[in-house]
Design a binder for this molecule. Structure first.
Ligand SMILES: [Zn+2]
Length: 158
């Protein structure tokens, strides 16, 4: 159990309106703020790192799950975090004359073989992309290559 959960549990056991309850409520609020700040700092740090290392960054629009997994935000990542993260990333890239490229959410990144361009259904439970061309790749890795290629294509059109 983390500190916040523990503190909230203590609060729920206190008599509502009592001095000890008020004190605990303040403590919970401060912990909340601390956790939120740590998350924000980590989003700043990760976006800065990406903006420094790469000349351009491509993301699949609205692909929160894939991105949060790739960056190890953990299961608790909220939509809000993703919005914050892409906002930070966009301006940190722009500061350096770089770009965030958003690939359309309907682009079939998961369904396409990144080796030969074949397409097939890929239910969520299938973790490996196996193609008749002989290519075998981890699902997200295959999708990432497709997103990268699509981003390069989009950049060339500009
Ligand atoms: Zn293939």
């Amino acid at each position: 159990m983390d500190r916040l959960t523990k503190a909230q549990r203590v609060l729920s056991r206190r008599i509502k309106g009592s001095e000890r309850w008020k004190k605990q409520r303040l403590f919970v609020a401060k912990l909340h703020e601390k956790v939120a700040n740590q998350r924000k700092n980590s989003l700043h740090h990760k976006s800065k790192e990406l903006a420094t290392v790469f000349d351009a960054v491509a993301v699949e629009d609205l692909n929160m799950k894939g991105m949060s997994r790739a960056l190890k935000f953990g299961k608790s990542v909220a939509d809000n975090d993703w919005v914050m993260f892409t906002t930070y990333l966009t301006y940190k890239l722009e500061e350096q004359g770089k770009k965030l490229i958003k690939v359309d959410k309907w682009f079939p990144s998961t369904q396409t073989c990144s080796c030969c361009g074949n397409k097939k259904e890929m239910p969520m439970s299938v973790r490996t992309y196996e193609c008749s061309c002989g290519s075998i790749m981890e699902r997200d890795h295959n999708a990432a290559i497709n997103i990268k290629n699509e981003a390069i294509r989009l950049l060339a059109l500009e």
